[in-house]
Design a protein around this ligand. Structure first.
Ligand code: ZN
Ligand code: ZN
Length: 350
């Protein structure tokens, strides 16, 4: 049996004919296995969806109760037999509920982790190494220039700025699912006890995280807060809100942006970001190659970003590697979206 007999890339996403399912399909299918709730991976309109309980809850929050014909929760470590394939979900360390999906048949194991990172994150279960024959890696930050460094150090920079400018507000652009909650949890870990304010677009997801026992401290809605109240505080908002009239309600705001892309200074300048924070929910170059190596996989499929560099690196290590040309990942709300210059999306305020 060849790996392609277990999983085969199709325009709709990676497909397992043996088990009758797709993983993170980009168009509606009969049966979908979903790695995590970012909207480029988790779409509404599938017949049946198998995903972790958290991913199912987050999809419900975003798309409403009827986002799929039927749903089935998959807990970490639990195996489910689908047709001739055995599938098991393992933590991917990317966002709450994110899972690597291991598919096994005839003694061959292929692992599709979706997006992942191999560094600690107080808001989700840590990445679990799953030895496999084929590893399907993402490549969002697959260039040697991307080294994310220490997220705690970036949080210290933010807190230093808050201490320096007690009369100003700090606005932190962060993706609504995962990044925003991680920044809040890291602020708490660093000892920041003051209430943290939220843009309306991230309130329900953040409160869901808190309901799952993640310590986020006191959260307040930025809506309706006076300028005086917002002085000296930190507010989390979607990156697009940094360039909208919404910011005018804040006293002399300092704008920050938490993203792996902030390693590129020109990118931060382009976005008018005063305080770039290099914090990413994707593995950096070192993380990608360390993980690819550690899985022991002899064959690597690369998707979702800078495929070429990673495919080339694999070749120099004697690993069989190929890019998967699936259109539709790295769109919408994930960090895989490369931030462009300020464009004023007109996104609804709250
Ligand atoms: Zn993602
Ligand atoms: Zn993604």
């Amino acid at each position: 049996m060849r790996p392609e007999d277990i999983l085969v890339p199709t325009p709709a996403g990676v497909c397992c004919k043996l088990g009758g399912f797709h993983i993170d399909p980009t168009r509606p299918v009969e049966r979908a296995l979903i790695t995590h709730a970012h909207s480029d991976h988790a779409r509404a309109g599938h017949g049946a969806v198998l995903a972790t309980p958290e991913t199912l809850d987050l999809m419900r929050l975003r798309y409403g109760e009827n986002f799929a014909g039927s749903t089935q929760p998959a807990h970490y470590g639990e195996s489910v037999n689908l047709g001739g394939a055995k599938v098991t979900f393992h933590p991917a360390g990317h966002v709450l509920g994110s899972a690597q999906i291991a598919v096994e048949a005839n003694g061959l194991r292929v692992v599709a982790p979706g997006d992942y990172k191999n560094v600690p994150d107080p808001t989700c279960a840590p990445f679990e190494l799953v030895p496999c024959d084929v590893f399907i890696t993402e490549a969002t930050f697959a260039l040697p220039v991307f080294r994310h460094g220490d997220a705690d150090g970036e949080i210290a920079k933010l807190l230093h700025s808050v201490a320096l400018f007690p009369e100003r507000a700090h606005l932190v652009g962060a993706y609504s699912l995962g990044k925003a909650q991680r920044v809040i949890a890291l602020l708490r870990k660093a000892g920041h006890g003051a209430p943290i304010y939220l843009h309306g677009a991230m309130e329900s997801i953040t409160r869901y995280y808190a309901s799952r026992g993640i310590a986020l401290g006191e959260l307040r809605s930025a809506r309706g807060a006076s300028k005086a109240e917002l002085a000296g505080t930190i507010t989390l908002c979607p990156p697009s809100a940094l360039n909208e009239v919404w910011v005018r309600r804040f006293p002399d705001p300092v704008t920050a942006f938490a993203s792996g892309w902030m390693r590129i200074r020109a990118r931060a300048r382009q976005n008018g970001v005063a305080l770039p924070l290099v914090i990413s929910d994707h593995a950096d170059w070192d993380g990608l190659i360390a993980t690819v190596t550690a899985t022991g996989a002899g064959e690597i499929w690369v998707t979702h970003g800078q495929e070429d560099a990673l495919v080339h690196w694999c070749a120099t290590r004697g690993l069989k590697a190929r890019p998967l040309d699936i259109v539709g990942y790295g769109e919408e709300d994930d960090e895989a979206v490369i931030p462009g210059p300020a464009k004023g999306t007109g996104e609804a305020d709250e």
